[in-house]
Design a protein around this ligand. Structure first.
Ligand SMILES: Nc1ncnc2c1ncn2[C@@H]1O[C@H](COP(=O)(O)OP(=O)(O)OP(=O)(O)O)[C@@H](O)[C@H]1O
Ligand SMILES: Cc1cn([C@H]2C[C@H](O)[C@@H](COP(=O)(O)O)O2)c(=O)[nH]c1=O
Length: 207
């Protein structure tokens, strides 16, 4: 039987990685078999693509190149890691997936929805998550968390506040378009409260 495929989405600093780590610890305790991957990345090839697509000095990168790079990393991840894990009945926790391309490259940067969806349909062979947790935070909270994290901003983090506002709106639109797949969680709640909501939902999905 195929395992559950779960994606985590949201703006920069929304808390995806933090929540996934806690869910992994919980799944370990429960003895539930899972894998945890992130995008872009998750494979040798994907990790190389990640370095390229996020390089802050690649100003000349065209939007089509950007869409194709995220989709290339995804195609490799789906074929090499995600599909085999699901076929073995493992749960897959994915830190970002196709909806990131829709939110960032389409809503944020203006690439047509049709282009992003067509390319990603090919890249994923149509594989869609069973559940998507959208950790929703305002651009102000996002900005302050990214600033507190320190370090240099990557190519996406460098984009202006209107871009990040459109990304957030894009995610919220996706959540209304796919209400059965999406669960929207306010990302500025206490870590433990968010974690509890996700765990309860995973238990429901597994029952
Ligand atoms: N609910 C929360 N309340 C306060 N701070 C939080 C919360 N969740 C996460 N953080 C903090 O916000 C920062 C970003 O969290 P995290 O790396 O998990 O976000 P992310 O969504 O994975 O970010 P990115 O997409 O940029 O990689 C971290 O410093 C983390 O400790
Ligand atoms: C998968 C995917 C990601 N992005 C953007 C979103 C973030 O700015 C970075 C990834 O960094 P993170 O620390 O792992 O969140 O890439 C995108 O624009 N399009 C995508 O498809």
């Amino acid at each position: 039987m195929d395992g559950l495929f779960i994606s985590f989405e949201g703006p920069e600093g929304a808390g995806k990685t933090t929540q996934i780590r806690r869910i992994c610890e919980w799944l370990d305790h429960q003895g539930i078999s899972y894998i945890h991957v992130r995008e872009p990345g998750g494979t040798r090839i994907g990790n190389e693509i990640r370095e390229l697509v996020l390089r802050p000095d690649f100003d000349e990168m065209s939007m089509l190149t950007e869409v194709l790079m995220y989709a290339s990393s995804r195609a490799q991840l789906v074929g090499e890691v995600i599909m085999p894990a699901l076929a073995e009945g493992k749960m897959v926790l994915c830190d970002r997936y196709v909806d990131s391309s829709v939110a960032y490259q389409s809503y944020g940067a203006g690439v047509s929805l049709e282009t992003v969806l067509t390319i990603n349909e090919k890249a994923t062979s149509g594989l869609t998550p069973n559940r998507t947790y959208l950790l929703d935070i305002s651009p102000e909270v996002s900005e302050s968390r990214v600033r507190a994290r320190g370090g240099d901003k990557d190519r996406m983090e460098q984009r202006d506040s209107s871009f990040h506002r459109r990304v957030r709106e894009g995610y919220l639109e996706l959540s209304t378009r796919y209400p059965h797949r999406y669960m929207v969680i306010q990302g500025d709640q206490e870590l433990e409260d968010i974690n509890w909501q996700i765990k309860q939902d995973i238990l429901r999905l597994m029952s």
